[in-house]
Design a protein around this ligand. Structure first.
Ligand code: ADP
Length: 389
């Protein structure tokens, strides 16, 4: 029996499982994409990155995050029955005020984290369902919670606060920022391979179904485009991103909408989907001739561009930009739109390198990089540390 650590990462439209040896060598990865859609598909890859064979699976097996997790765990178990799972690490989107460092899951912790679900409804319930499913699948095995909010908890006050009466800040109405496990990985990768850039001023754009940006100064997060809930900042697949709070008041007063309806609108019907009227999926939008698809992409790119300028100001200059996440890593078109006409800030792209999604795609003073993120290894490292494996 080989002892292994399993990682579970339930995104808003995807599920990623990782399998690592106790020495943190990657043994396998599982990825379910486009959950809830007809095109949903699962891929398992081995340590060498080659695909592992999978039995035919009906789309219903990926109808919900919970179903996709069951299906993926079954596939893992079939392929790796000689492994003893000694820990399961989970990505938890919201740790709130009380939870930052990775910790062992208890019944009380699950209850506590469930209270934060309204602020990340597309993730937190799936994250907790993942914990429950993993407890059932691996009874008695320690489960470790790793928080997406943790990386940003050292924000300076001005990046942590909203200009509301002070009592709300004390109650926890703060800018938590999310995607922290991804930023943690990019930070560790820069520290390992680009120490000079790591010591400088870097904007990281995590662009997936959920999207945000983080300003790194000497490897520390000093600002994030996401705030109190997973709605702020950039538009996302189905989320609005930054919105004048007056719009919410209008929806209540003039359109007679209640909290549940507004939540549904802002989390599930807005963003790329709402603007295009076609899809929340960047690949589908890029393949479409509909002008509304092009407009949705243009708005996304424009908000990222604006945020780069804002973060450069917060950082006191800019040495590098890193693109990551499904869109950041793969969409040459989006990266080109974002970086167009940015020569004033020292940003230009090498068109050929960008078309190939090469690691270095910049052609001016500011380094522009594409670094595939790896939240799984951050979760596995954390689980190993918490359990002193
Ligand atoms: P999640 O937040 O669910 O983890 P991902 O990081 O997997 O999301 O990113 C999903 C997004 O990445 C989708 O909008 C998808 O269309 C986009 N994407 C994936 N591959 C490509 C590609 N080759 N070109 C453009 N967009 C892509």
């Amino acid at each position: 029996m080989t002892r292994a650590i399993l990682t579970v990462n339930s995104g808003s439209s995807s599920l990623k499982l990782g399998l690592f040896s106790e020495n943190l060598d990657m043994l396998a990865m599982g990825h379910v994409d486009r959950i809830g859609r007809r095109e949903a598909a699962m891929k398992l890859t081995g340590a060498d990155g080659a695909s592992l064979p999978l039995s035919e699976t009906a789309p219903e097996a990926f109808a919900t995050n919970a179903a996709a997790l069951e299906t993926a765990l079954d596939a893992f178990r079939a392929d790796f029955d000689a492994l003893e799972i000694v820990a399961v690490g989970h990505r938890i989107v919201h740790g709130g005020l009380k939870h930052a460092a990775p910790e062992k899951v208890t019944a009380a912790l699950i209850k506590d984290l469930a209270r934060l679900a309204p602020y990340a409804p597309l993730h937190q319930p799936h994250n907790l369902a993942g914990i429950r499913a993993a407890i059932d699948a691996f009874p008695g095995v320690p489960q470790i919670a790793c928080y997406d909010t943790a990386f940003h908890r050292g924000h300076p006050f001005v990046s942590d606060v909203y200009a509301l009466p002070r009592a709300y800040y004390e109650k926890g109405v703060r800018r938590y920022g999310f995607h922290g496990l991804s930023y943690d990985y990019i930070e560790s990768e820069l520290a390992r391979s680009e120490p000079d850039l790591h010591a400088g001023r870097v904007v990281v754009a995590h662009l997936g179904s959920g999207a945000s940006m983080c300003a790194l100064k000497g490897g520390k997060s000093i600002a994030s485009s996401l705030g109190f809930s997973a709605l702020d900042g950039l538009p996302m697949g189905t989320r609005s991103g930054e919105l004048d709070p007056g719009v919410v008041l209008y929806l209540m007063d003039q359109e007679g909408m209640g909290a549940a309806e507004i939540s549904d609108l802002l989390y599930k019907k807005s963003g790329l989907l709402g603007l295009s009227g076609i899809s929340n999926d960047m690949r589908t939008l890029e393949d479409s001739d509909d002008p509304h698809a092009a407009q949705a992409i243009a708005y996304f790119a424009f908000r990222i561009k604006r945020e780069i300028g804002a973060m450069a100001a917060a950082l006191g200059g800019l040495d590098g930009i890193v693109f990551c996440g499904g869109i950041g890593e793969n969409s040459a078109r989006l990266r080109a739109e974002v970086c167009a006409d940015m020569g004033w800030l020292g940003i230009d792209l090498d068109a050929e390198a960008n078309a190939q999604s090469a690691r270095d795609i910049g052609a001016d003073r500011v380094r522009v990089m594409v670094i595939p993120t790896n939240e799984e290894i951050i979760i596995a490292r954390a689980a190993r540390k918490v359990l002193s494996l």
